[in-house]
Design a protein around this ligand. Sequence first.
Ligand code: ADP
Ligand code: ZN
Ligand code: ZN
Length: 723
Amino acid sequence: MPLRALFDYLPPEGISIDELGPGIRLRVPFGRGERIAILVEVVQQSEVAPELLKPVSQVLDNTPLLESGYIEFLRWVAGYYHHPSGEVILSALPVYLRKGEALVNKTEKAWQLTEAGAGLEADELKRAPRQQQIMQFMQYHRDPLGRQELSEKFGNYQAAIKALVDKGFLQQTEKNLEQPPQPAADSAPILTPEQQRAVDAVLQQSGFQVSLLYGVTGSGKTEVYIAIANEILARGQQVMVLVPEIALTPQLVSRIQARVSEPLVTLHSGLSERERAYAWQQAISGRARLVIGTRSAVFTPLLQTGLIIVDEEHDQSYKQQEGFRYSARDMAVALGKQKNCPVILGSATPSFESLQNAYRHNYQLLKMSERAGNARLPAIDLIDIRSVRLDGGFSPVTRRLIAEELQKGNQVMVFLNRRGYAPVLTCHDCGWVSECPRCDARMTLHAAKNRLWCHHCGHQQPVPPKCPQCGHQNLITLGQGTEQIETVLARYFPDTSCVRIDHDSTRKKGSMHEKLEAIKQGKHQLLVGTQMLAKGHDFPNVTLVVVMDVDVGLYGTDFRSSERMSQLLMQVAGRAGRADKSGRVVIQTRHPDHPLLHLLIQQGYEAFSRQALHEREQALFPPFGFQVLIRAEASQADLPESFLEAAHQLADERAQQAIAFWGPVPAAMQRKKGVHRFHLLLQTASRPGLHDFLHRWLPEIERLPQAKKVRWSIDVDPQDFYS
Ligand code: ADP
Ligand code: ZN
Ligand code: ZN
């Protein structure tokens, strides 16, 4: 566990305490070295004895990077998540500035390929490995590289760069860190009555209010965001837009760029540290008026926050799953409250938590149930695969439906949330299975790479030529992944072009975008993918969506499994029939009579959510109860359990009565990366009571002798019980 406390220092030599204010960065002595710190508060007295206080070594900023009201907000956040406030406050700064670097300028010195460099063959430099490495990287990425990126990626790069410049393969250039302005080219469509009502409902009220924009896929939520954002911008305020993953939703970003004429920046993982710092500076200074970013962008301290939009608010990527485990969606709501501004949570499949807030009238519910333009919602049918022979995972009916649709010149999307060729390789003779040596999990076969690969810890090894256990050459695969589906479809439809979109096929920078464009232009008729394909994309010519396997989601172990299954299914289904053509969704299942599946298909997502919420209410599951998960792990199997046992013992009588303690229990995957993992779950009906208890309890846990022997963490409002 990181340190919980804030630390006291004396002002630096020669500077009076009155010259210092919160929000500036400092270099301070810490342990045997130095650290970059942020000044949180200036006080005249310290509880530490004066002779133990050390002076600050250096003041790094003249003007605060964070204003004191914002620091207060971050301290509240730290309290809410019971996470060290120092770490939370620093997380609001871009990594580059956290290292103590000066604020960045608009341009930096950089190097780019010359024509000779672009055409260079890889082995021409094989006697100079670092030069070869740099050239390969540059040929792959093409963008100019600045000094900081070079040293991050290649360490001591100077000599290699000089040699490459001398040889004429690289040339020096200036890299502009400013994101190129995009002319707002598109004109606004005339809003549908539903869209107009939603826009008015948000703009009519002033101050803090949360609106849940619950609009079916294709109902035009993006247009609603844009219309409201433009009005808020016109009032002179800034807008924050959060999206799950920018690389997966390039369309949303470009649509906003095309329709907002004020300066905007995007904050995403594809930026270098300096680019990110520059974009951040633009945002906090108010020069950028609209900020689009992923999860961590919620902690960008805008100068004048006037509106916060969270697109696809149900998406799990809003929850950080390690370290400071915050939910960006929940913090967006907290921030809106602090800034007294409207918050819009948008989704075609809102989280059941947000829906419950809307049903209880804590949030304003804005429903859009019609698709914009001529598009109709697709029909959904189940295909019973209990007694049919599947070929490569496809039932004969499914195969026929795909053929019919292709014949008509339409696009077909096949969805399977499992990448690789097959989830298991096994021996037909002795029953050996491809288990990961480090996890309680099986390694997936990746046929193109001829490797077994654990998706949980990243362990990889070559595919054994024969069974490692009995030596026979009778290894077979069980089940399918997207890679196999692609080959099966190529066998069925050899004359049809097929594209696969999953984590493996889109690693290269820009390849996701290229593939999406190719699909839009009709270069591929068959689309195969994981949930990456299900998110937010607009494919007007897809008229049939095939869901290969829904059954895993029906029998998940955690109380959110059915919510996730229904969201994924509705999102996938939403890809069909987005334009003038009507769409159809078919779902292969071995449980065609499953009541949840029927409720979802016949009565829809909302009816499904009400039923599921009713069940959660009985069990006091969130949002009716509040949960905190304590995770512990160690390489020695018994330590995490005994630590959590001891932690549980520390809870006093009063807490034992008010809070339900579940566990310690082994994590769903007990062993991961060679480490044993256990959980202790706390649940109660009263959030304040839970927080009070945690404040008393956590310091005691920290003092347990076992606490030093395990890695443990606290997760407030946990989302994922597997990780
Ligand atoms: P959602 O985000 O709700 O799935 P989108 O905002 O992507 O929906 O809109 C779906 C499609 O409908 C897009 O192609 C969009 O350009 C179009 N559209 C949205 N609003 C309108 C409108 N008022 N008039 C015409 N077309 C619209
Ligand atoms: Zn064998
Ligand atoms: Zn593994």
